[in-house]
Every structure is written in structure tokens, then in C-alpha cells.
Design a protein around this ligand. Sequence first.
Ligand SMILES: [Zn+2]
Length: 221
Amino acid sequence: MTDFELIRSKRRSLELRVLEDGTVQVRAPQRAPVRMVQTFVDSRRQWIADQQQRQASRPRQRWLDGEVLAWRGDRLQLDVSEGRTRVGISGCYLSVRVTQPEDEMVVRSAVEGWMRRQAKGVFEDSIERQFGWFAAQGFARPTLRIKKMRTRWGSLSARGYINLNMALLHYPPLALDYVVMHELCHLKHMDHGPGFHGLMDARMPDWRQRKALLEQPLFQP
Ligand SMILES: [Zn+2]
């Protein structure tokens, strides 16, 4: 029997995921019997093993002095030292001062806190620069929410939120602008049909090249 973590939610089907650390997670409808979920998981054993293998062989971000962090299409070297927590860019270094410089979780949480603060300014700026045309069409400016998402770069909710993945900060600004434009185009076209692509082509003719930037491998934080 394969061990798994069960998350119940208002959904109608089962969804299987293998997390970065190899944990198997199943999302299931509220009333799905555990035995049924177990049978489902067991039937996907080979797929799970393949995913776990893939996760294990993926290069991983380390959070120690001297390690490199992909930053907006560039690279910053972590310069970790002991002191009162403070994070900031200094030349090609990301200077990280923490109380426990040897503890990767402490370093990671300090850097991610800093990233989240950076994301706000950077993402708002991208929306601001690209929203003009949509404003002229009478659309309301969506409210930014910064998220850590495993499977998507962004999304636009019908309730007026634009959700952007914090990991976009690792990629070049051109790629971030592409994701923002993509989500903004959903204000006019909800699906990915010809209307949507026509609008993308009109608003950002080189969007395919920009999208390709997001497919290059990066250290996954
Ligand atoms: Zn889309």
C-alpha cells in the first residue's frame, strides 16, 4: 500500500500529486470512502514511482552561503552572515543576515520574505505599465495577489484578482510581463480561443518568445 496525504474538498473527482519531497497527496470529494481512494492510489503506483524519481533527480535550490539564486533572469550569489535579520541586494550578491546562518530553513524563510516584498513592487509595476489599453476599454484594474503556486504562473479570477506566482521573480522581466499580459487578456476573453490569441498577438507580438523563457530549467526554490 502506498502512503498518501488526503485532502478533502468540494470537488467531484480525485486528483493525485507527488510533491517536491516525494509525498503523495490526493485531493478527494468530501464523501469519497478512504478505501476507494486507497485503491485509486495503488492503481497508480508506477506513475507515482516515476514522479518521485523525477522529483528526486531535479536540481534543488540550496540556501547556504555561496549558493546561487536565479533572480530576474540574472544570478545573485548568497552572501550569508550572522546578525539581525536583513536581506538586500549588493552588486551581484544577495546579502542575507540571519541569526542562524547555518540553518537552511532560516535562510530560506528570510530570502522568501524579502522576495515577497520585492514581488509586490515588481508585479504592480508590470500591471501598471500594461493596463492602460484595458483601462481605456473600460475594464477595472484587477487586485494583485502574490502566491506560491506549483503548477501555474498566474491566473485571473472572476472576482477581480490577478494571482501571480512569486517564482516569476527568478525569470527575466520580459517573461513576467508576458504572464501579466496573458492574465490581463483574460479580462476580455476567458478562454484560450482564437479571440484570446488574436488579442495577445495585438498587445504583445513577441509573446511566444517570452513564453519560451519560462520553459528554461531553473533551480526550483
Ligand atoms: Zn490563461
